[in-house]
Design a protein around this ligand. Structure first.
Ligand SMILES: [Zn+2]
Length: 837
């Protein structure tokens, strides 16, 4: 069903000069508002009303604190800081009386998620609504509207507001993305003309790369609700689970030529784990938006375009948690006033629509209060029932790499999933699970549906189109060993600490450490940066009963420019920061390659440049920057694509090309070629393979199976092309572990994530295919049968010699959204060990 209002005045053109609005544009009966509550304009530049310019996050914060200080309806809290150091605020808004008992109200509310809440009397229980704004920083109408909404809740004396405050707890998150909002506000304000110019070609509407959509490291934070790898998400998800809200609203903007969208989205693209009733209630809530948007003359639509499949999005994550997630999409004015096919669209108008739907969401929550509370209670009750017979059933998850396992544990803990200790060591299907490096996750727990959504492998789908990725299983993204497990032994809660490293046998001769730990790249870089000579084992060997695998690193103590103490100091610092275990030895003798053997090869320090700027996919470039900077502390120079020609590339030995369009001029290509020939290494991702191939830097063939176009109707055209996209799925690969690209992996199979249709044909020489897709490669997610055919006989990685240099390419994304811990080492191997390939 579509809610299309009768034709009313479309986009309210604000007639007086230069579209200046005042507060009465947004709120009625302002005379009746509490005059002791500060209005937003007092906190904005030049006392400008909201909508006349773009609020910076700094000023938004000032206003929210001022509001909280003057009102007994608001408790304000700073839950942490963004990468740029901005506060991550949450306002808890309710009646004074409710706020005085807020902890009791919260505990009563979350008790509905467990057995203990079944008998609770709901008649006086407030409904909880989490309202969040502008997770995409350059979709600013949400955050700007949050100031007026908060003002209204604090100052309105109307019976309707009083009733709402008595019956609801509002968690108001004024800016989901503080760094992005700040970046965008600066752009919009600095490009504003005094006489507003609505011409869409103006710089005001066309941001510089990478724009304000993303966070500091260029991540789309509206994909991180389930992986929770970013500080803003960590704060938000903590609040979510602390409160278990009944409704969560997520206010966005879309293309300027659209109108206004609210969920439900496309019915056939709802994740099958979401209960049907969730969508029914979403429609009922929609009635309230319909009424209020019609009243103010706004056009809108529903049940089209957007979906509810990937639980990592803000409007879908609540749906697997007994809540109702609602996406709002407002046509963007981007700047202050812009032409559209529907006439001029002003920034204040977009703010007003977001305010209107904030109010209609609250109105819906109040009216559907009992229904929502019952839905919450029944969601958890029925999910417990689904798994009640699995009382002794567990997921058993383990890994030799304790650092990686710890981060997996942390993720589950963030989602308040119960984790137990493995009572005894086990060997299952030839895989060892040790008590110290395994965890048991009970299948029967309150969050069993969320757990299922996090671990599930799915290869059948009702629809073949996806707004985002079709698979995300964390068991695979962390490359863990896992199996079903059943035990009647009473299990204890597991408390894991971040692993600390250690030295086994202090030595003045040599140390070995395995390349398996997640943080070894950090250690290797630290040694090289301090001038320590490090060698890598290109074969496996044994000392006594201790086995060392390919890629083991060797530090001799004597042949160094640093003295013994200095080296021990570095080792000590690394033990404190990572889980790496250093093994000391007093002789070069091993069974296998001796420590003095030529099969131990010197590793050089990488000096890395990453090409960024217009044309480069900022998400992919940001993932690489984030990984090297925040996890490994490896410096990376971000060179603007447009300034490549004038840069001295000889300062770098490694050049990373993230996915992107590299239409570089011939003289730049020539310069890069010369640099490679002199010994430079290029690491290229995804569609850079096509470009490198076209420019003659590499020579590859592609598999390219295409479907028949003989019986496709015109109306099905876009669905047909959509169904041929591989928008994000997980595949199984087979590793040749003797190849340096696979150092640090101690299993022969690796799950890998791909979101591209580039299928690199296998080379006829088998050792040129160190990673190949397995016979039945699809683990989870959607891929068309033609593309699956292209995947057979394909390889995700290839490396080429180019005189003294090398070019290594990956068709798949090894760094996806910071939660693919399992494949990060592939890129690190390309950074450190290309010279061995
Ligand atoms: Zn958005």
């Amino acid at each position: 069903m579509r809610y299309i209002s009768c034709l009313v005045i479309l986009f309210s053109l604000i007639s007086h000069s230069q579209n200046q609005v005042n507060l009465s544009y947004y709120l009625e009966n302002l005379d009746s508002y509490d005059e002791n509550i500060p209005k937003p304009n007092g906190y904005l530049l030049n006392n400008n009303e909201v909508g006349n310019s773009h609020v910076s996050h700094d000023r938004l914060v000032q206003y929210m604190y001022a509001l909280a200080e003057s009102s007994d309806r608001i408790i304000i809290e700073n839950r942490g800081q963004t990468y740029e150091g901005r506060p991550i605020l949450i306002l808890t808004i309710s009646s004074k009386k409710n706020l005085e008992n807020i902890e009791r109200i919260r505990q009563d509310h979350i008790s509905l998620n467990s057995e203990s809440g079944l008998a609770k009397d709901l008649s006086n229980m407030p409904v909880v609504i989490y309202q969040g704004y502008s997770i995409h920083g350059n979709e600013p109408s949400g955050s700007n509207s949050s100031m007026i909404y908060a003002y209204h809740l604090a100052a309105s004396k109307s019976p309707k507001t009083i009733n709402a405050l008595n019956n609801a707890v509002i968690l108001l998150d004024p800016s989901f993305n503080p760094d992005g909002l700040q970046r965008f506000a600066h752009w919009a304000n600095t490009n504003k003309s005094m006489h507003l110019n609505p011409d869409s070609s103006d710089r005001e509407f066309n941001e510089n790369w990478p724009g304000g959509r993303t966070n500091h490291y260029w991540f789309d934070m509206n994909r991180d609700w389930l992986p929770v790898q970013l500080p803003e998400s960590k704060a938000r998800i903590k609040t979510f689970h602390k409160w278990s809200p009944n409704i969560l609203t997520d206010h966005h903007e879309m293309g300027t030529n659209s109108t206004f969208f609210y969920q439900p989205g496309i019915p056939s693209r709802v994740n099958p784990l979401t209960p049907k009733e969730n969508q029914t209630i979403t429609s009922e809530i929609g009635k309230f938006h319909e009424k209020r948007l019609s009243e103010i003359g706004s056009l809108f639509y529903s049940e089209e375009d957007y979906d509810d499949f990937y639980y990592g999005k803000g409007s879908t994550f609540p749906d697997i948690n007994g809540s109702i997630g609602i996406l709002f999409e407002q046509a963007s004015s981007r700047g202050h006033l812009q032409n559209s096919i529907n006439g001029e669209i002003s920034f204040p108008f977009t703010v007003k629509n977001q305010l209107t739907t904030s109010l209609s969401s609250l109105e819906a929550a109040i009216n559907l209060r009992l229904k929502l509370l019952n839905y919450q209670k029944n969601f958890f009750k029925s999910s417990r029932k689904e798994t009640s017979k699995n009382n002794n059933e567990y997921y058993l998850v383990g890994d030799n790499d304790k650092s990686k396992l710890f981060h997996f544990y942390e993720l589950l803990k963030t989602h308040e999933i119960i984790i137990k200790t493995l009572p005894k060591n086990e060997v299952i299907n030839n895989v060892e699970f040790n008590k110290e490096s395994a965890l048991l996750v009970p299948k029967n727990q309150n969050k069993s549906r969320l757990l299922k959504a996090m671990f599930e492998e799915r290869t059948e789908f009702e629809d073949s189109l996806f707004y985002d990725i079709s698979a995300w299983s964390f068991l695979h993204s962390f490359n863990l060993n896992f199996t079903d497990y059943s035990t009647k032994i009473k299990t204890k809660d597991l408390g894991l600490e971040k692993p600390k490293g250690k030295v086994i046998n202090k030595s003045d001769y040599a140390y070995l450490f395995s390349w398996d730990d997640y943080y070894t790249p950090k250690a290797l870089y630290r040694f090289l940066d301090k001038g320590v000579r490090v060698k890598v084992a290109t074969n496996n060997f044994k000392i006594g009963s201790k086995e060392f695998d390919y890629g083991t690193l060797l530090i001799t103590i004597k042949n160094q420019d640093l003295n013994t103490n200095q080296i021990h100091e570095i080792i000590q610092s690394l033990i404190n920061e990572t889980g790496i275990v250093f093994h000391g030895y007093n002789s070069s003798y091993t069974s296998g390659i001796d420590l003095g053997s030529n099969d131990f090869v010197n590793v050089s320090k990488p000096n890395i440049a990453l090409i960024v700027g217009e044309g480069v996919t900022s998400y992919d470039a940001g993932e690489i920057w984030h990984l090297l900077d925040t996890r490994y502390q490896i410096p990376i120079t971000k060179i603007k694509k447009s300034s490549l020609y004038s840069q001295d590339l000889s300062k770098y030995n490694t050049l990373i090309l993230a996915n992107g369009n590299y239409n570089l001029t011939d003289k730049v290509v020539k310069k890069i070629k010369k640099w490679v020939e002199a010994g430079g290494n290029i690491i290229g991702f995804r569609n850079t393979i096509n470009w490198l191939n076209k420019k003659g830097l590499i020579a590859v063939e592609f598999n390219n199976n295409k479907p028949s176009l003989k019986s496709i109707k015109f109306k099905d055209k876009s669905n047909f092309y959509g169904s041929q996209l591989t928008s994000g799925a997980i595949f199984n690969t087979v590793l040749d572990r003797s190849h340096p690209i696979n150092y640090g992996y101690n299993k022969n199979n690796l799950s890998i994530f791909r979101n591209t249709n580039i299928y690199l044909k296998n080379d006829s020489i088998s050792f040129n295919n160190p990673i190949t897709y397995s016979k039945n490669p699809l683990i989870s997610g959607y891929i068309s049968k033609e593309n699956l055919k292209s995947l057979k006989n394909a390889r995700p990685f290839a490396v080429f010699n180019h005189k003294k240099g090398k070019i290594a390419v990956f068709s798949d994304n090894t760094n996806f959204r910071a939660f693919w811990y399992g494949t990060n080492k592939l890129m690190m191997n390309a950074i450190f060990f290309t010279n061995l390939m």
